[in-house]
Design a protein around this ligand. Structure first.
Ligand code: HEM
Length: 447
């Protein structure tokens, strides 16, 4: 079979990432100059363009990696290569339809799925094709599955359910009761994140086990403990999204405790792996290795933030400020995106054993990415803290005065956001080049 569809998924994901970051940067300019391109693309449009594109980056890249690992690295014969092609075509066309839906204001959807709700139908269809293909391909090998196969399978199944759940509000039974509607909607968003985390964290364990050439990382008790913790998080970790609802406080505390422990366990798995990995193994995958180390650093920083704002007295002040945005971007960029870049470099090394990625510029891009992200994140925290101070402590001055005082912070946010984009462009350049070159070669067996 000569199809290269998994590589198309990866390219598509990278295009979504860079388009998404471009929208994010434009949105950040509007913090500083509210009139900037407002007539054509107001903040209310740029935000969904940005968020949908960057979430698509995570989901598409994880999907492409999983298809690639199964067919190319594990050498499984896929149940249906045709389904993979259909999956890609459906997602590509739906992606275009989502952009058109935003552009022409068909935005009757909600929050992270602001596009026209009908578009969830092809999205679900794509996931179902993925699920059938995945389980039909793997069920014969279920005995002794390493943890990443469980994680990917679980991620796919829960993704189907939670995408559906996020649209339950279309039914009167949910929509007509505010508490039910709100609870189900935000529960589904929390679990949607949990589902893609299953895919991405599964990829991180896969990478560690392959780089070290040691299956123990993915079959030992800690790895399975991590899986069950992740599953519990996926099912119950949404509770902190429903602060406004009259629920029992202990539900939130349990949810927070689970999500925090999940990170601690992943951080410790990466840390122990890092200590045991040999020099030669690092040298075989230098960039994949570095990105996994930076994942560890970002887990650590995000744990500190999350621990702080999970304290109810602090959460009261941070809720609805840029501190929450620092948490979402800190985790989706610092944790998800670093794991996925590690995976992209690993993929590149599978297709070209001698492809030189450890170049001076790529290393510099990697360092400046981490530095930019750090100051980007700090800018969001400062913006959040200042706003919270205005709202709850000083309680004086006009909103516009408070906004004006934030301009230097917003400028730093935009500058470091631009820094992230440029750094990732430098890092991604050899990956783009490698994938495109492979697209043009005819003979090899690919999925
Ligand atoms: C891999 C790259 C990125 C990812 C995964 C990402 C992810 C996200 C997510 C998930 C949100 C929603 C936050 C929430 O609802 O709490 C968000 C919002 C936002 N992002 Fe990003 N982002 C990325 C890069 C950037 C860059 C480079 C910029 C440019 C400065 C940027 C600017 C923004 C802005 C302005 C918002 C809206 C915040 C608000 O509602 O006030 N993002 N991003």
């Amino acid at each position: 079979m000569k199809s290269k569809t998994s590589l198309y998924f990866l390219l598509f994901a990278m295009v979504a990432l860079f388009l998404g970051m471009f929208f994010g940067l434009s949105a950040s300019f509007q913090y500083i100059l509210p009139e900037f391109i407002k007539e054509h693309l107001p903040f209310s449009k740029l935000r969904p363009f940005h968020v949908t594109s960057v979430i698509s980056w995570i989901v598409l890249c994880a999907t492409g990696c999983i298809y690639f690992f199964l067919a190319y690295v594990e050498k499984f014969r896929l149940f249906s290569p045709l389904f993979v092609k259909l999956h890609f075509i459906i997602f590509l066309l739906t992606g275009i339809a989502i952009y058109l839906s935003f552009l022409f204001d068909y935005t009757e959807g909600r929050e992270y799925f602001a596009f026209s709700p009908i578009l969830i139908v092809p999205i679900l269809l794509g996931w179902i094709l993925f699920g059938i293909n995945y389980f039909k391909t793997l069920y014969k090998h279920v005995r002794g599955w390493p943890v990443y196969f469980w994680m990917w399978g679980t991620g796919i199944v829960f993704m189907c359910y939670h995408l559906l759940e996020a649209h339950f509000w279309l039914l009167d039974f949910f929509r007509l009761n505010f508490i039910k509607d709100f609870a189900v909607q935000w529960k589904s968003y929390g679990s949607f994140t949990g589902s893609w985390n299953m895919l991405v964290y599964g990829i991180s364990i896969y990478l560690m086990s392959k780089i070290k050439k040691d299956s123990n990382v993915a079959t030992n008790k800690i790895a399975f403990f991590f899986y069950f913790l992740g599953l519990a998080n996926l099912m119950f970790g949404w509770a902190h999204h429903t602060y406004l609802l009259p629920t029992q406080p202990w539900i939130r505390y349990v949810a927070y405790a689970i999500s925090m422990t999940e990170w601690i366990v992943l951080a410790s798995i990466i840390y122990n792996w890092k200590r045991s990995v040999l020099k030669v193994e690092k040298e075989n995958h230098p960039m994949a290795y570095r990105f996994l180390l930076s994942t560890d650093l970002w887990i650590f920083l995000n744990i500190i933030l999350a621990l702080l704002f999970s304290i109810p007295a602090i959460n009261f002040f941070t809720h609805g400020t840029h501190i929450t945005v620092a948490h979402s971007m800190g985790t989706t960029i610092g944790i998800n995106t670093t794991i996925l870049f590690s995976a992209l470099f690993f993929v590149l090394h599978q297709i070209y054993s001698n492809f030189e990625t450890d170049r001076k510029w790529v290393r510099r891009g990697f360092v400046s990415f981490n530095i930019s992200l750090f100051f980007f994140w700090i800018s969001l925290l400062v913006a959040g803290a200042k706003r919270s101070y205005w709202m709850y402590v000083s309680k004086s001055g006009l909103f516009s005065e408070m906004q004006d005082s934030l301009v230097p912070v917003y400028i730093s946010f935009s500058i470091f956001g631009f820094g992230i984009i440029v750094s990732l462009l430098v890092v991604a350049f050899p990956i783009f080049k490698g994938l495109l070159l492979k697209m043009n070669t005819k003979k090899e067996r690919f999925l």
